[in-house]
Design a binder for this molecule. Structure first.
Ligand SMILES: Nc1ncnc2c1ncn2[C@@H]1O[C@H](COP(=O)(O)OP(=O)(O)OP(=O)(O)O)[C@@H](O)[C@H]1O
Ligand SMILES: [Mg+2]
Length: 473
């Protein structure tokens, strides 16, 4: 739910806007003039503003500029009629989020409002990376593991420079949060932050989204459009999923990095821009360079300052910490007391390989909270969500290509009487090792996790000759 300021001198229009936005769950404040709108903005900063260009007294363009001088991170959408589009375009050049032509298409307008609110949130909601963050509200970037602590220090070091930063990590590791943290700790933190998701936008639109176009650049280009890079002048542009960026656009980004200039599509002029670029990807860029899908020169340029976020499975201590955090947050959101987790449930969380990383952990705990029946969340609740064979599960082997491949090879090599036994022993030994690692070597808990008795576990440890370096209990 957002607070949206509507500035229009026509009371009926204001009313219908207010009705429309309220039905979407937002609250609105209305002003009949720019002056009155600015006053409302002073009282309390809205999440965004929608301003009519033609206003009595101070016009919409002047109102936008005054607002931008107060808070350049508040998205402003300008409403305009056909005759005044040039002024609206001028406003986007100066950082207005976008403009709409009257009369407008309601779904298109609502989508625009959503996008503008999201952009505003990225700029203004703080990402708390401190060691004692306020976990009750806002966004937090948690991490007590050594590697995350190192990452936070690196963020602190690179943020205040103007260096291009490449953020790498598997899906769901927190790349977007890190990008926002870099922005917020930078010298440009009070200037715009534009996010462009290179996979979400079709290739044909990505270029115009980034660089804009001139009137007549292609069929349908009825007006000039200012690109996000130009709009973010003096601020920061975050190119999310840059590993998926088409080669033609990569060339333009390289040029932007080297020459600090952009060209609108179909335009003759080069426009100087001062933007800092942050980029993120979960792709193997080295392989993409090898395959000719990613420009080598851009790769080297981006790689100079890179931040790598390790996958969650490599930072076991963070799993526990993040689990507590998500559990508390989700139960508060759902309006129940924090149910907590049994030790066995914690062990399962710790042992799982989390291919979807922190996002998957958050979703898992969200579901676990929703389905909790009072009392702590049990191992089987967790395992049924993540699809891991838990105590009460059928324990079907995942359809794992690598595993099948390995079995096939083993069968080829040692076909004969003991093939099945040697394969199952190998898998059993690996399973026990994983369970012991997950419980820090605690045999009692590992046995529970595995659904066998402690003496059976001890016997198997002997049988397979497993050496456990962690503490023995
Ligand atoms: N260290 C962390 N502390 C708290 N929350 C985190 C952390 N890392 C990630 N999250 C949360 O996990 C979710 C995924 O994070 P984010 O979107 O930043 O990941 P991503 O790396 O950009 O993923 P993708 O590659 O899929 O785009 C978000 O809800 C984010 O708030
Ligand atoms: Mg992301």
């Amino acid at each position: 739910m957002a607070d949206i300021l509507i500035i229009d001198d026509d009371p009926r229009l204001r009313q219908s806007f207010a009705k429309l936005l309220t039905s979407e769950g937002h609250t609105t404040r209305q002003a009949p003039s720019g002056e009155a709108g600015l006053e409302l903005m002073h009282e309390k900063l809205p999440d965004m503003a929608v301003i009519d260009l033609r206003l009595p007294g101070m016009n919409g363009f002047e109102t936008f500029k005054a607002m931008r001088d107060i808070e350049p991170r508040m998205p402003v959408v300008i409403m305009t009629a056909y005759g005044t589009t040039e002024t609206a375009i001028e406003a986007t050049k100066l950082g207005a989020y976008d403009y709409v032509l009257k009369p407008f298409d309601i779904p298109v307008f609502l989508k625009l409002v959503d996008n503008a609110l999201q952009a505003g949130k990225f700029m203004r909601s703080r990402v708390d990376m401190s060691s004692e963050p306020d976990t009750t509200r806002g966004e937090v970037l948690l991490g007590r593991s050594q590697c995350m602590q190192e990452l936070f220090k690196a963020v602190g070091r690179v943020a205040p420079t103007d260096a291009t930063v490449l953020i790498r990590g598997e899906s769901g590791t927190g790349k977007e949060l890190v990008a926002r943290a870099v922005y917020q700790h930078s010298l440009r933190s009070h200037k715009p932050f534009m996010v462009i998701n290179c996979v979400a936008i079709p290739e044909t639109l990505l270029e115009s989204e980034l660089f804009g176009y001139e009137k007549g650049a292609f069929t349908g280009a009825t007006n000039r459009r200012i690109g996000k890079v130009e709009q973010a002048n003096h601020g920061t542009v975050f190119l999310d999923e840059i590993g998926d960026m088409p080669l033609t656009i990569q060339a333009k980004i390289l040029r932007l990095l080297q020459e600090k200039q952009v060209e609108r599509l179909g335009g003759r002029d080069t426009i100087p821009v001062d933007v800092r670029i942050l980029a993120a990807t979960n792709r193997d860029l080295e392989a993409a360079v090898q395959d000719g899908r990613f420009r080598e020169d851009l790769y080297y340029r981006l790689k100079v300052v890179s931040l790598h976020i390790p996958p969650l499975r490599e930072r076991g201590e963070d799993i526990a910490h993040l689990s507590n955090f998500f559990l508390a947050r989700h139960s508060r959101d759902v309006g129940i007391d924090n149910p907590g987790l049994t030790t066995e449930a914690k062990d399962i969380l710790r042992a799982y390989h989390w291919p979807g990383n922190v996002r998957e952990l958050a979703n898992t705990l969200h579901k676990a909270v929703i389905f909790s029946r009072g009392g702590p969340i049990q191992a089987q609740d967790v395992s049924s969500i993540i699809g891991q064979p838990g105590k009460q599960q059928s324990g079907c082997v995942p359809d794992n290509e690598a595993l099948e491949h390995w079995i096939q090879n083993t069968l080829n090599r040692n076909s004969g009487e003991n093939a099945l036994e040697s394969i199952t022993d190998h898998v059993a030994a690996l399973t026990i090792k994983t369970a012991l690692a997950a419980t820090g070597g605690n045999r009692t808990r590992a046995a529970k996790l595995l659904g066998i008795s402690r003496p059976t576990l001890v016997a198997k440890i002997d049988k397979y000759g497993l050496r456990i370096d962690a503490k023995i209990s």
